[in-house]
Design a protein around this ligand. Structure first.
Ligand SMILES: Cc1cc2nc3c(=O)[nH]c(=O)nc-3n(C[C@H](O)[C@H](O)[C@H](O)COP(=O)(O)OP(=O)(O)OC[C@H]3O[C@@H](n4cnc5c(N)ncnc54)[C@H](O)[C@@H]3O)c2cc1C
Length: 382
């Protein structure tokens, strides 16, 4: 049986960034195996995030950055200057290709196209297998999609689900310097719904219809909503859809354990790296990969990771509860949030890095009614 120092299941954001961190550390000579059924040669997603400094692992990856963001809410339309932040976009395919090309230069790294179906954990190592292969490893990092069930769960289980079209127009329509983070000009109809617009040029943009809710829509319903938005809000009658993407991101306060066995660690979405109340995960995953490698170097195990202040888990649970119980008020709640707070405070809050004082100022800016009810339900489980 082949033996590796590290086996990583999944060559997505978490698997590739962890492999990259290992190869850029003192552990670069260890034997690494990446296993994924997909060859990662398709552009299956567009990642965006805000940051004050581009992470090291993205230095060799093409990115697009913006200094401003637009918010359109209930009777409120504002452009925010993000300084010292930038809003940064990475296309999935650019990340996969850059990381796989960097890895191809190392003889101690192997990529296997396969699906992990069975894992046996022992105190001395982990056996990772499918019908066709069996490998042993000192440490197993697992980013296979988690199986989450809302059935009989005491936790909140929403989904961020979306369909995005990259559209090409014949006339100038978009401002390439100004993405729209939220545009609530779409019927809410029992769920939090908004549009997200990422401009690539004056004539091309990703227009994404996004919902935070428990139930998915039919394909037709996403398409109808996008067409209506393009016609009503952007005045577009004719355009070409050059690409499309869709996704479902779990938004839950159900804790997802990091340690799945003696030497088996969950990473990425499976390791709870998705921020429950926003669905943002990419930058959190990159930072997590760096922390895992730091822990391996210092302690010989990957589990010594920084913990955010405990209050953020409570804030996430309350926000999810408000989204679940008051979906039709979310446009007003987000409008209050963006109207009454500098965007930098909102970003620090979502990054779980605000001072307690700044968090309290942000909370005080929101309508209290839905939040007090949600706090009571989160605390009592009723
Ligand atoms: C379309 C889309 C857009 C998103 N946009 C953003 C964004 O703008 N900003 C943000 O912060 N977050 C975003 N997210 C959320 C999050 O950042 C991504 O989902 C991110 O890719 C999660 O990383 P991951 O490694 O956990 O999962 P993935 O990147 O999905 O990687 C998991 C990998 O596991 C592989 N796999 C599956 N089954 C097996 C198996 N049995 N054995 C081995 N491998 C297996 C898959 O093929 C895949 O390559 C987005 C998510 C989606 C779906």
């Amino acid at each position: 049986m082949q033996h590796y120092d590290y086996v990583i299941a999944g060559a997505g954001a978490a698997g590739l960034s962890l492999a990259w961190q290992l190869l850029n550390s003192e552990l670069r000579h260890q034997r690494i195996l990446l296993i994924d059924p997909a060859l990662k040669n398709k552009n299956d997603r567009t990642w965006c995030f805000w940051e004050t400094e581009l992470p090291q692992s993205l230095q060799a990856v093409p990115v697009t950055q913006w200094e401003n963001l637009r918010f359109i809410g209930s009777g409120f339309d504002q452009t925010f200057k993000l300084d010292p932040f930038c809003y940064t976009m990475v296309r999935g395919i650019d990340f996969y290709q850059a990381k796989l090309a960097e890895m191809a230069q190392f003889e101690n790294v192997r990529f296997m196209q396969a699906a992990v179906t069975k894992v046996i954990d022992t105190p001395h190592g982990v056996v990772v297998m499918d019908e066709d292969f069996e490998v042993r490893t000192d440490w197993f990092f697992d980013s296979r999609p988690p199986s989450l069930s809302a059935h009989h769960s005491p936790y909140r289980h929403l989904k961020q689900h979306f369909v995005g079209w990259v559209i090409q127009t014949e006339a100038d329509v978009f401002d390439p310097a100004l993405p729209t983070l939220f545009d609530f000009r779409t019927p809410q109809a029992g769920a939090m719904r908004f549009f997200y617009v990422i401009p690539f040029s004056k004539r091309q943009a990703l227009v994404e219809y996004t919902l935070f809710s428990e139930e998915l829509l039919t394909e037709q319903a996403y398409a109808d909503a996008i067409r209506a938005y393009l016609q009503t809000e952007l005045g577009l009658e004719s355009y070409t859809v050059v690409e499309s993407e869709s996704g479902v991101i779990p938004m839950t306060d159900q804790p997802l354990p990091r340690q799945l066995g003696e030497r088996w660690m969950a990473i990425g979405t499976r390791g709870g790296r998705v921020k429950p109340s926003s669905g943002y995960a990419f930058l959190r995953i990159l930072r997590d990969s760096a922390a895992i490698v730091e822990s391996l170097q210092r302690h010989g195990h990957p589990f010594d990771l920084p913990e955010p202040p405990a209050r953020y888990a409570l804030f996430d649970a309350i926000m999810l509860e408000v989204m679940r119980s008051h979906p039709d008020q979310m446009a007003d709640i987000f409008t209050a949030l963006f109207r009454k707070n500098p965007i930098q405070r909102i970003f620090h809050f979502l990054d779980e890095k605000n001072s307690l004082g700044q968090d309290l100022r942000l909370i005080a800016s929101l309508p209290w009614g839905p939040f007090l009810g949600a706090l009571w339900r989160v605390k009592t489980g009723k």
